[in-house]
Design a protein around this ligand. Structure first.
Ligand code: ZN
Length: 197
């Protein structure tokens, strides 16, 4: 993403997001099939089997193309579908912001789940998502949405500073310190056996 070519937004914009599906009919979403999550789930055998059986869309989200400027507000919806890899719930890849100090707000429109957050120093925080609940992700915290429902998509609306940027590489390389798995129907936080210090 280039900052040199960005010019401020000067016209109002309105987008209709469906409250049931989270989708905007006239805007293309970014699709993340399960195969895009290689190395992210703890159970690699279950992951390989799931991808081979049916490489479903595990989540999708919008990049509305807001200029990459600190005065702008990037926004969109994120839809994480129900499902599991082994006993680990479907989730987003998760990321730090390139401008690490940039915070973000998520507002849950539908479904239920968790926001898993972690600082570079290893502080872990978890907040619940359910319809109507706003989760404020402080600056410096990586964040990942996790759908703990077995039937409903987890739909959130997010907004963050336009120049925050996304650092996916740190999580792709190291993972989160914690994972969330189903234990007899109860979402349970465990140490990530694949976490790289
Ligand atoms: Zn973010």
């Amino acid at each position: 993403m280039s900052t040199e070519t960005s010019t401020p937004t000067t016209r109002s914009v309105a987008t209709q997001f469906d409250l049931t599906t989270g989708l905007a009919a006239d805007t293309a979403s970014l699709l993340r099939p399960l195969s895009a999550m290689a190395g992210m789930y703890a159970d690699s055998v279950a992951f390989d089997a799931a991808v081979a059986a049916d490489d479903v869309i595990s989540y999708e989200f919008y990049d509305m193309g807001v200029p990459y400027l600190e005065t702008e507000i990037a926004y969109g919806t994120s839809i994480t579908y129900p499902g599991r890899v082994g006993d680990e719930y479907f989730m987003t890849k998760g990321h730090f912001h390139t401008r690490l100090e940039a915070a973000e707000i998520y507002f849950c429109l539908s479904g239920e789940g968790l926001m898993l957050m972690e600082s570079p120093e290893g502080d872990v925080q978890v907040e619940e998502f359910r319809a109507g609940r706003a989760v404020y992700v402080p600056g410096r915290y990586a964040h990942r949405s996790i759908n703990t429902s077995s039937t409903e998509p987890l739909i959130t609306f997010f907004a963050f500073p336009g120049d925050a940027g996304h650092d996916y590489g740190t999580i792709e390389t190291k993972g989160f310190r914690k994972i969330v798995v189903d234990r007899e129907g109860v979402p349970t936080l465990l140490d990530n056996p694949r976490w790289q210090s």
